[in-house]
Unconditional design. Structure first.
Length: 54
């Protein structure tokens, strides 16, 4: 995680290339659904799974 914005419920993530999606390394902003997630802290490595949104 690069940055956590608790008030906006957003996480900025700097990602390595995702080869199976033919996606280059990028920085993306995600909304978080789990309120405990931001407690991980800025700069910590995380694992995530990409999927469709409702």
């Amino acid at each position: 995680m690069k940055k956590i914005n608790n008030s906006a419920g957003k996480i900025t993530s700097k990602n390595a290339p995702i080869l199976n999606l033919d996606m280059d390394a990028v920085t993306m902003v995600f909304l978080f659904a789990d309120p405990a997630l931001p407690q991980a802290g800025d700069g910590r490595a995380t694992r995530s799974r990409l999927g469709p949104t409702a």
